[in-house]
Write a protein that binds this ligand. Sequence first.
Ligand SMILES: Nc1nc2c(c(=O)[nH]1)N[C@H]1C(S)=C(S)[C@@H](COP(=O)(O)O)O[C@H]1N2
Ligand SMILES: [Mo]
Length: 323
Amino acid sequence: MLIKRPRGWEIKEARATPEAVFHDRRRVAQALGLGSILAGIGEFGALGSALADEADPSAGLYPAKQNPAYTVAMPLTPEDIATKYNNFYEFGSHKQIASAAQELKTRPWTVKIEGMVEKPMEVGIDNLLKAMPLEERLYRHRCVEAWSMKVPWSGFALKALVDYAKPLGSAKYLEMYTFVDVKMAPGQRSFWYPWPYVDGLTMAEATSEMAFIATGLYGKPIHKQNGAPLRLAVPWKYGFKSVKSIVRFAFTDKRPKGFWEQLQASEYGFWANVNPEVPHPRWSQAQETDIGTQEKIPTLLFNGYAEQVAGIYKGLEKERLWA
Ligand SMILES: Nc1nc2c(c(=O)[nH]1)N[C@H]1C(S)=C(S)[C@@H](COP(=O)(O)O)O[C@H]1N2
Ligand SMILES: [Mo]
């Protein structure tokens, strides 16, 4: 069922004059076939320094067309809340890491695809973005700490990247790794954490319809604090599975141990599917606080995506599927 809702961030976008000017200019240039010429002379030159911070070569790809199959039955979280309350331990072990995360350098950004694949490869983020079918999806996002948000990601199905990577039949899991750079990310100086941040999925999960790579948020390139330039979004699992700022995809036949599982296996396991009836060892998972409205709402099995993903777990009932 498609529920039509006002898309608040788009209205804001239209009012933000410099960006609106940029989008129009880009569209005119594309219509005239001048896209690459403008790119060659520096797209932001004519707009002055106001846009210096926004100089992201992928900006013209957004907003991507919304896929009406993926909407949420509640108001979206306002952009300035979803981008100012974050988990990103590379920049601090608290929620106010947004300004520290501006140190993240997202260009050049090379993505390695390796392990059990026909041919290992490296691809620059902007070439990858050109090769992938971009769309927008409204997703729920539920942290194991019992807060949640509802956000408009843009990006592509992880399955598209798996197809592009050509894994061997022997590959059983896909691991995703974040960068390591202690200069950029001061949190990585905390030696008691097992850097780099990593987590993984089974091939069935990675190629399922909900598994998404987010490269945009609120109709723009994704914010640094939310995991620019590409992060995983697997909304039926607790948020810690959704690795940010990925530099390496590795196909393997060994079950990966995620960052949090390495730290505390009794509390954070491999599957980590959302289930309101299975409490965390230290707190209930029956409810969650929506960080946009501050309302307590009931948590749903598979975070509301049972219809799309429950089939993946048939025959796996003996596994510790829930935390
Ligand atoms: N590299 C990296 N990825 C990460 C984390 C992190 O600390 N480092 N935190 C995870 C957790 S616990 C959550 S809830 C989500 C938070 O994503 P958000 O800040 O975009 O809401 O990112 C996940 N991905
Ligand atoms: Mo989380």
